[in-house]
Design a protein around this ligand. Structure first.
Ligand code: ATP
Length: 209
């Protein structure tokens, strides 16, 4: 599971998902847009519009799935609930992984029931350029004794471990930067798929109002 606001989806998300699929030999990567991101302001583009952009971005990429399950729930989009629903679907023995970028990982101790995440899944932290800060103390406690050094060790159990992964292509692309560029009329070419850019332009998303 790779959750996010995807406001909008960009090549940093998509390339990471492809490389994650490959590096861990996953069956599939569920990319799950948050309906109501609990830890940030409401995006101006609706959840359905962000999901449509994600679907366009994924296209026919093997192994990647645009997963609407958080849009079908009411209330805040807690990852623990999403993992519980995936666990229900795949069963108790499936190796379930929640992947997240290092920036998101640094705030993990503030998430809703962070301990429960480890009961339901492994966590894989993807290195992102420019995120080298030390871990907050509460996060250190949360992950104590959970870190493993390789995908092989991770895959021995269905859940509970943490793996930090430097994927081959690290991209300094962020949705914040893309929104700012669009708002000020600067180019976003090659930061996101062309079909996603075309849809954004056709609907005038992220333009200053
Ligand atoms: P924003 O700039 O609006 O915060 P973002 O670009 O970080 O957005 P999110 O939708 O918040 O995108 O990210 C979803 C997940 O993908 C998070 O775990 C985030 O860390 C990760 N991620 C985002 N961009 C990249 C990237 N360029 N490389 C690797 N992981 C990324």
């Amino acid at each position: 599971m790779l959750g996010g606001t995807f406001d909008p989806v960009h090549l940093g998300h998509l390339r990471s998902a492809v490389e994650l699929h490959e590096a861990l030999a996953l069956d599939r990567v569920h990319m799950v847009p948050a309906k109501v991101p609990p830890l940030r302001g409401a995006p101006r583009v609706t959840p359905e519009e962000r999901l449509a952009l994600l679907r366009l971005g994924i296209g026919d990429t093997p192994g990647l799935v645009a997963d609407p399950r958080e849009l079908e729930r009411t209330g805040p989009s807690y990852s623990a609930d999403t993992l519980a629903s995936l666990r229900e679907e795949y069963g108790p023995q499936a190796r379930l992984i929640m992947a997240l970028g290092h920036d998101a990982f640094l705030r993990l101790a503030d998430w809703h029931s962070p301990q429960r995440l480890f009961e339901l899944a492994h966590l894989v932290v993807i290195a992102r350029p420019g995120n080298e800060e030390p871990l907050p103390a509460a996060l250190g406690e949360l992950i104590e004794g959970r870190e493993v050094a390789s995908p092989g060790v991770l895959m021995r159990r269905p859940a509970g471990h943490l793996l930090r992964l430097a994927l081959p292509t690290r991209m300094a692309i962020s949705a914040t930067e893309i929104r700012q560029r669009l708002a000020s009329g600067r180019s976003v070419r090659y930061l996101l798929p062309e079909a996603v850019e075309a849809q954004i332009r056709a609907n005038s998303y992220y333009r200053r109002r």
